[in-house]
Design a protein around this ligand. Structure first.
Ligand code: BES
Ligand code: ZN
Ligand code: ZN
Length: 499
């Protein structure tokens, strides 16, 4: 990945590496009004007048400069002037980074100046362009020992050229911490399951202690004592020991009830004895993405010393078939005391979350809880990869999460809950069964199951099965692990709860 810095003059010194100057324009194609463009302004305005370029969002025109130095100009579109805000600048920064990577540019100067009439100052623009470029530049090359030199990314340095470079640098600092936290989550999701299993995952979480997060890890002895039969049943077929990681960031008012974040951390989901088909099973390494969003958010809040009290509880297990694995029709006793008939061992996420939710609410008395989980294939059918599903017992919670989703473009869509769905998991031999009899309303019955463990605490469940992994890149994410939820939750917590 490349370095990001801020300056007030172009950084190109020599012509040995491939260099570029990037500018941003709205769909009125007016060039930024800045002296910094200097001699380049004439070339750029001539290109804008002649090129097939409309300035819509996501569009980037890559021009070769026959005179060299810079070797390229990039002109990036931002869409309509009225739509230009911090987020749009981030998306534009992401598109510029993608174009620079594709053109094998090594040294990139992005001019953070906007045409007159755009209501965002250059320092803000610079910081958000940088944030977007950084997010889009993420790579995971740890296990690739044979990348050909020509396939190695060439981009080494991105310099944001802004009149108020100091101010831009200051605005950027907390965004850089957020990007690092998104990367932390992406790394966790991308790591293969032979490397990232419950104990090694818990060890990664302990790294948050450096930032002031209190981290506790419960192993199976402690969880048995607490009566977490629901979570433990899922992990009992694995040779890897199940873990629960409890994180606390108390940066807010003393005595203020914390916000609770709960995550599904199934490090690999074979389905267990209700085994999944082998085709596509490899996707199930990202069945811990909900927990990664929780860890990433805790990291982000701690890194920026957010004035808020937050706890994170994640359940880490591996769901395997084995002589000791749980069987369809086993009955387990959850920490809440409620009994569950496990009719399908592949509906394991709700079994893990049941004990996490109960533990979180009984120990910490949170003012609200949000859980994140790659919980159902049904949500992928319903909403695809554009939005996560939200199901909640509280309208305000659902609305504030939706609003944060719009601000960050990690968007959600609400699905209903209700007694007519809840009754679908009633059971003849236990208090409930872990799947409905028919496949109808699969995402909702999963949420109804969870609701039986929240004890009336205001709660929202985010089903992120469709959004956690991207099959194609978008403005802020290369393809692969999205780190979905870190930007959403950090924004939501700060917006609603930080004082
Ligand atoms: N981890 C899966 C859900 C999933 C599907 C995540 C696709 C990511 C992408 C979950 O544990 C599961 O297997 N759910 C079952 C539930 C069913 C047995 C009621 C499903 O959705 O098929
Ligand atoms: Zn499953
Ligand atoms: Zn699963």
């Amino acid at each position: 990945m490349f370095t990001i810095s801020f300056g007030s003059a172009f950084s190109r010194t020599q012509n040995k590496t491939s260099s570029a100057i990037a500018v941003v324009v709205a769909d009125d194609k007016r060039l930024p009004d800045t002296k910094q463009l200097g001699v380049h302004a004439k070339f750029l305005s001539r290109a804008l007048a002649n090129a097939n370029f409309t300035g819509k969002k996501g569009e980037v025109l890559t021009l070769v400069n026959p005179q060299g130095n810079p070797n390229y100009y990039l002109i990036a579109g931002m869409g309509a002037v009225k739509d230009i805000n911090a987020l749009r600048l981030e998306e534009t920064g992401g598109s510029i980074a993608a174009a620079a990577l594709a053109a094998k540019i090594a040294q990139l100067d992005i001019v953070a100046a906007l045409a007159k009439g755009v209501k965002l100052d250059a320092a803000q623009a610079g910081a958000h362009l940088a944030f977007g470029a950084k997010l889009r530049g993420y790579r995971f090359d740890k296990y690739r020992t044979k990348i050909k030199p020509e396939d190695k990314p060439k981009l080494k340095s991105v310099v944001i050229i802004a009149a108020a470079a100091d101010k831009a640098r200051k605005i950027y600092a907390p965004l850089d911490g957020l990007a690092e936290s998104v990367f932390f989550a992406r790394d966790l999701v991308t790591e293969p399951p032979n490397v990232l299993y419950p104990e090694s995952y818990a060890a990664e979480c302990r790294k948050l202690a450096k930032l002031g997060v209190k981290v506790e890890v419960l192993g199976i002895t402690a969880m048995k004592k607490l009566g977490m039969g629901s979570l433990l049943g899922v992990g009992q077929g694995s040779v890897k020991e199940s873990q629960m990681v409890v994180m606390q960031w108390y940066g807010g008012k003393k005595g203020a009830k914390p916000v609770g974040l709960i995550g599904k951390g199934v490090c690999f989901d074979t389905g267990g004895i209700s085994i999944k088909p082998s085709n596509g099973m490899e996707d199930m390494k990202y069945d811990m993405a909900g927990s990664a969003a929780v860890v990433g958010t805790m990291r982000a809040l701690a890194a920026r010393k957010a004035k808020v009290n937050v706890i994170g509880v994640i359940g880490l297990v591996e769901n395997m078939p084995d002589g000791n694995a749980q069987r369809p029709s086993d009955v387990v006793i959850s920490m809440s005391g409620q009994t569950i008939e496990v009719l399908n061992t592949d509906a394991e996420g709700r079994l893990v979350l049941a004990d996490c939710l109960w533990y979180a609410q009984s120990r910490f008395k949170p003012q609200c809880m949000v859980d994140l989980a790659t919980l159902t294939g049904a949500i992928v059918v319903a909403l695809g990869s554009a939005r996560a599903g939200v199901m909640s017992n509280n309208d305000k919670l659902s609305e504030t999460l939706s609003a944060a989703g719009e601000r960050t473009q990690e968007r959600v869509w609400r699905l209903p809950l209700g007694p007519e769905y809840d009754e679908l998991i009633n059971c003849d031999i236990a208090d409930m069964q872990n799947v409905g009899y028919a496949r109808e309303a699969g995402s909702i019955t999963a949420a109804q199951f969870l609701q039986r463990f929240v004890n009336d605490v205001p709660w929202a469940h985010l089903d992120i099965a469709g959004v956690a992994w991207a099959d194609k890149p978008n403005a802020l994410t290369p393809k692969g692990a999205v780190g979905w939820g870190v930007r959403l939750l950090t924004d939501w917590v700060e917006h609603e709860y930080a004082k």
